[in-house]
Design a protein around this ligand. Structure first.
Ligand code: FAD
Length: 491
């Protein structure tokens, strides 16, 4: 059929994956159409994810920090929180960034189309115009023809089927909306998103419970790191319920009454509890089944993921997919790197540039960060994984009680840990395989360890790299020296 618009690349969804793909494709000279159902670009990350959560977490971290200052000889009054103003601050941060994206799209001559896109064939997407929050449709549609497509339709929060429809039950988007501070809050799910939002509410005055089906919080992170986090954060919680399932909930005048059951051996089955706010943070599910993929012949897994190869290509050679919709880890920085690969492969193929066309996603590692207080950051192999996989590792651990800067900051609870290959073939010069940091600013430092892993650095490379003194980043060099066996003199 005829199309209203045509392009070299149609990008479906304008999150970190989608806008990065669109911008890179445009920079490489392609004609790009970017389809997004929301009014603003930026997807989950900018609008209701990474950025607004960090705006609130920063405020919470400063509040927590100064609350300990009396012992240092400086006291502030009890904080007075104006929730409307705080929410407005967060919205302004988001607005600045999404506005910046819109301007960048314009400069690059990326055509943005507002609406809900679905495939109607292998080379056509139909877009139904949306308004408001992106759910309402105006009834207007247009068909866009493409040579290539990049699916970047992301994911959405999982809702437990038995949760009542009630303003006191929210997902992360609702929690970020920050209407009031509850007295008692249940965080359902002990992952990063739940614990970050729990941190914000707890600093603002809420008492927290957390319930997690599996046997630990922040699973995926090295247990040693989490132990430090948990010890410092214990005062925020009334109950940390591990190996516990949430099996029912009902709305009452007093609050949301939630019932629990044991999730396997060693689990607990606490009595029902009533909460003023329940945050569902039990994971995110990909949007693969909501875009008419079958009309384009694109394969989608039962769970809604779209399988791709290392060039981000789906089973249909001219259609690519990136970001949360292709699988774990569901992180913005992964989406951005996948986006660049897809855009470059397409440009390379359309322009007959073999080198560009052979680009592939081959990151060795993808770092993770919980922006809690203290922060927990990790990348590559953990000690548990090494043990499970029978990989022999040499450990370099540097406690921040020996870091001049951490002590000066009054925040020496953290540590930096590096793991090096200690297999016989490595002859004592094994490469770095993983690392983790717990402590203030851990997230800002983990990139160095990721770089070291990508470069195949060993303990000598890292230990002999001169880090500035006194910094927290120095702890990475020190941990490497510990692993290598040399003693360090600098406190
Ligand atoms: P998304 O950001 O989900 O974007 C997909 C876009 O596609 C959306 O804008 C959606 O409206 C649009 N769309 C979907 N279907 C259609 C359609 N049919 N037609 C038109 N448009 C469509 N990650 C980090 O790395 N660091 C963090 O600190 C972090 N914090 C987070 C905090 C929270 C509270 C949440 C919820 C997530 C957080 N994440 C974080 C995860 C991060 O937001 C995601 O990994 C990232 O946004 C994924 O990018 P994406 O481009 O794949 O998809």
């Amino acid at each position: 059929g005829t199309a209203d618009l045509d392009c070299d690349v149609l990008v479906l969804g304008a999150g970190p994956g989608g806008y990065s793909a669109a911008f890179r494709a445009a920079d490489l000279g392609l004609k790009v159409v970017l389809v997004e159902r929301y009014a603003t670009l930026g997807g989950v990350c900018l609008n209701v994810g990474c950025i607004p959560s960090k705006a609130l977490l920063h405020v919470a971290a400063v509040m927590d920090e100064v609350s300990h200052f009396e012992a240092l000889g400086v006291s502030f009054g009890k904080p007075v929180v104006n929730i409307e103003k705080l929410r407005a601050h967060k919205d302004k941060v988001v607005g600045k960034l999404t506005g910046g994206l819109a301007a960048m799209a314009k400069i690059r001559k990326v055509t943005t189309v507002r609406g809900y896109g679905s495939f109607v064939g292998a080379n056509h997407v139909q877009v139904e115009e949306t308004t408001g929050d992106g759910q309402e449709k105006t009834g207007k549609t247009q068909t866009i023809a493409f040579k290539n497509c990049i699916i970047a339709a992301g994911s959405q929060a999982v809702r437990l089927p038995f949760m009542p429809q009630d303003p006191r039950v929210v997902d992360s988007t609702g929690a970020l909306n920050l209407q009031s501070v509850p007295k008692r809050m249940l965080v359902l799910g002990g992952g990063i998103i739940g614990l970050e939002m729990g941190t914000v509410y707890s600093t603002l005055g809420a008492r927290l419970d957390v319930v997690e089906m599996l046997d630990g919080l922040m699973l995926g992170a090295d247990r040693d790191l989490v132990k430090v986090w948990q010890k410092l954060n214990a005062p925020r919680f009334d109950n940390i319920m591990l190996k516990t399932k949430t099996v029912g909930a009902r709305a009452t005048a007093a609050g949301i009454e939630v019932t629990f059951a044991s999730a396997g051996e060693g689990g607990s089955a606490p009595a029902p509890q009533t909460y003023d706010l329940v945050l569902q943070a039990v994971g995110r599910s990909p949007n693969g089944k909501k875009i008419g993929a079958e009309k384009a012949g694109v394969a989608v897994s039962d769970r809604g993921f779209i399988p791709v190869d290392i060039q981000m290509r789906t089973n249909v050679p001219h259609i690519f997919a990136i970001g949360d919709i292709v699988g774990q880890p569901m992180l913005a920085h992964k989406a951005v790197h996948e986006a660049h690969v897809a855009a470059e492969v397409i440009a390379g193929e359309l322009q007959g540039n073999r080198e560009l066309a052979s680009t592939a996603f081959n990151a060795r590692v993808i770092p993770s960060v919980a922006y809690t207080d203290p922060e927990v950051a990790w990348v590559g192999l953990t000690e548990d994984q090494a043990r499970a996989e029978g990989i022999k590792v040499r450990k370099g651990l540097f406690p921040w009680t020996a870091s001049g800067r951490a002590i000066a900051n009054g925040r020496d609870e953290g540590f930096t840990k590096l793991l090096f290959d200690d297999s016989p073939e490595a002859h004592g010069h094994g490469r770095i395989l993983g690392g983790g940091i717990v402590g203030t600013h851990a997230g800002d430092m983990i990139g160095e360890i990721a770089l070291a892993i990508e470069m195949g650095a060993d303990a000598v490379d890292i230990g002999k790299t001169i880090h500035p003194h006194p910094t927290l980043g120095e702890s990475i060099g020190m941990a490497a020296e510990v692993a290598h066996g040399s003693c360090t003199d600098l406190p």
